[in-house]
Design a binder for this molecule. Structure first.
Ligand code: SF4
Length: 100
């Protein structure tokens, strides 16, 4: 979701590069099955990781962020209560995925 800042960069510069930047933000706050259709917009988003990290680090309770619904994010947070810095964790995972 293109709202808020990012612990990746300390600012919200990633938000302007989101695939949803020209979309109606209300579309990301739908409920139920509609959320899965909205998530498709995140699939090829160049700032998906930053967006998801921002939502997890800030415990954003509503909407689709980084390709995950609020229910999916809550489940992830419950399963990993020890993670205090999702931005750092996801950045490391991203670097490892590209061989860095
Ligand atoms: S990951 Fe999804 S919600 Fe986040 S900026 Fe990209 S398109 Fe928007």
């Amino acid at each position: 979701m293109t709202i808020g800042g990012s612990a990746f960069t300390g600012d919200s510069s990633w938000a302007a590069r989101g695939a949803c930047v020209t979309m109606d933000p209300d579309g990301f706050f739908v409920q139920g099955a509609e959320q899965h259709a909205v998530k498709a917009a995140c699939g090829a988003c160049p700032v998906r990781t930053e967006c998801l990290a921002d939502a997890l680090d800030n415990r954003v309770d509503f909407g689709v962020w980084g390709g995950m619904t609020e229910r999916e994010r809550r489940r992830l947070l419950r399963r990993h209560p020890h993670v205090s810095d999702w931005s750092a964790l996801l950045r490391r995972a991203e670097q490892q995925a590209v061989g860095g």
